[in-house]
Write a protein that binds this ligand. Structure first.
Ligand SMILES: [Zn+2]
Length: 484
């Protein structure tokens, strides 16, 4: 760069600032009408109409996935993708800006945006529109494509989009996740698989003819007991969760002829996850054998662990450092301090320790974390379907600072902060970093080539281990589908 050239951050800042009010409103509107996985019809419609206002070409059902779409601008090569999400979580309705647990009085839904996907999707779309406007104004070639991705929460919508070929021509992808920490480092995530286990037995009078009954409920209970014993013999980073979908029925005097469980199995790689999943399947089969019931297993979905790309992270970090931390003001910090007093004991302290922050750092973190050396990255015990995109195209995911340090994920405190001025600032700030990084990829062929070279080298040694069985359609297209 010569001294007369202007940096990508400097170029994109006025464009993002100009667009910010529209996308802040979009985020608030999605926050106000939270929708669960596979049911994000209104949220998707709001996103599509915002993209159309800025001249996007829309493709619905991207990758064959309902409630997924793409919005595209420009033409030709390279193709840079932005990933956005908009699904919410059950049982988390919460009044915005409150400092105590209180359901949202204006919402007809019990759901809430406990993972700030309202900000995630609106921030990524804002970055995509800004990048497209910059490209058009400069008369530069290239395609900017925003991916509206449904069902990130407990369903891995992107994995189905990847399987459906939605990312085949993408040269690199950029995204964010709202978080208490502004960072360009990609933390390690877990691969997961989830499945329904349905047991079928024989009903009979539990008092008069118990010998003729075969209890599906017994099978489900034995499966859970068996899996609980399995927990002693798995790795520390592995996780297994379960829910009762069907416990038979309310009649205790009838041997229960049906029962259904839902299991989620997580492990650091797809291969390890698959091994653990197969052990859980054996426990289910054993429970059916013991109770002389039938078992039917429906594989529901899965996702891979995230593959980081250091070339992309280093550029994103440089852009982030040039822009600086999120400009939280005294009013933001004052609200944050009141909310912080009600966080679970030790939550803020342990997050500060993990990130190497001073104990007296402000409640809204207003700096930029240094890029974490890959060898020292924490293994997170959650998952994201960004993982599958990262195995088919070089992908970078930043943390956009939208919540106070120590805010637990999927909590009422997260929902309460989702439409505050501080959250809006974090979203807009993150959009500048994402857009600047995308502009660099669109205008510096050697940067994109380096990112792709790193990606190809890893893929040649360890190819994408697809976590979905061939031909598995998204849950919302199956005859067994029931909205969550
Ligand atoms: Zn999330």
């Amino acid at each position: 760069m010569t001294t007369t050239e202007i940096t990508s951050i400097a170029a994109i800042t006025p464009i993002v600032d100009d667009l910010a009010p529209r996308f802040t409103r979009l985020s608030d509107e999605i926050w106000a009408e939270p929708e669960l996985r596979w049911e994000e019809h209104a949220s998707m419609a709001k996103q599509i109409s915002a993209a159309e206002e800025y001249g996007a070409r829309i493709t619905r059902a991207a990758g064959g996935v309902p409630t997924a779409f793409t919005a595209e601008w420009g033409s030709g090569s390279p193709v840079i993708g932005f990933l956005g999400e908009y699904d919410a979580l059950a049982s988390l309705s919460q009044e915005a800006g409150a400092t105590e647990r209180r359901p949202d009085p204006d919402s007809g839904s019990s759901a809430g945006h406990g993972c700030h996907h309202n900000l995630l999707g609106s921030g990524s779309l804002l970055a995509a529109v800004a990048t497209a406007q910059h490209l058009a104004a400069a008369g530069l070639p290239g395609t900017v494509r925003y991916y509206g991705c449904p069902a990130e929460e407990g369903a891995a919508g992107k994995t189905f989009m990847v399987a459906g070929g939605a990312f085949e021509d993408v040269d690199a992808a950029v995204t964010n996740h709202p978080t208490p920490m502004a960072s360009a480092s990609q933390w390690k995530t877990l691969a997961y698989a989830q499945a329904y286990f349905r047991f079928r037995g024989l009903p009979s009078h539990a008092g008069a003819n118990p010998q003729h009954g075969r209890s599906a409920l017994d099978a489900a209970e034995l499966m859970n007991v068996g899996v609980n014993f399995l927990r002693e013999h798995m790795e520390d980073t592995d996780r297994i969760h379960y829910a009762f979908i069907d416990a038979g029925g309310p009649s205790a005097n009838v041997v229960q002829p049906s029962a259904e469980l839902y299991y989620i199995v997580r492990s650091p790689t797809v291969a390890k996850m698959r091994t653990l999943y197969e052990r859980v399947v054996k426990v289910g089969q054993g429970a059916a054998l013991m109770t002389e019931t039938e078992i039917e297993i429906e594989f529901d979905g899965a996702c891979a662990e995230v593959l980081p790309n250091l070339v992309l992270e280093q550029r994103m970090q440089a852009n982030f450092e040039e822009l600086g931390g999120v400009p939280f003001d005294d009013a933001d910090q004052e609200y944050g301090r009141v909310l912080s007093a009600g966080l679970p004991d030790g939550a803020a302290e342990s997050m500060k320790r993990m990130l190497g922050l001073p104990t007296d750092s402000p409640v809204y973190f207003d700096g930029v974390l240094p890029l974490a050396p890959p060898a020292h990255r924490q293994q997170m015990t959650g998952s994201t379907d960004v993982g599958d995109v990262s195995w088919v195209t070089p992908t970078v995911q930043m943390g956009a600072g939208t919540a106070i340090v120590g805010t637990p994920g999927h909590s009422w405190q997260m929902v309460a902060q989702g439409k505050t001025p501080a959250a809006h600032k974090g979203m807009v700030h993150g959009a500048k970093v994402m857009a600047a990084t995308a502009i660099d990829l669109l205008t510096e062929p050697e940067l994109l080539a380096a990112a792709r070279a790193e990606f190809e080298e890893i893929i040649a040694l360890t190819p994408y281990d697809k976590p979905l069985p061939d031909g598995l359609v998204p849950p919302s297209l199956r005859p067994t589908y029931r909205p969550a």
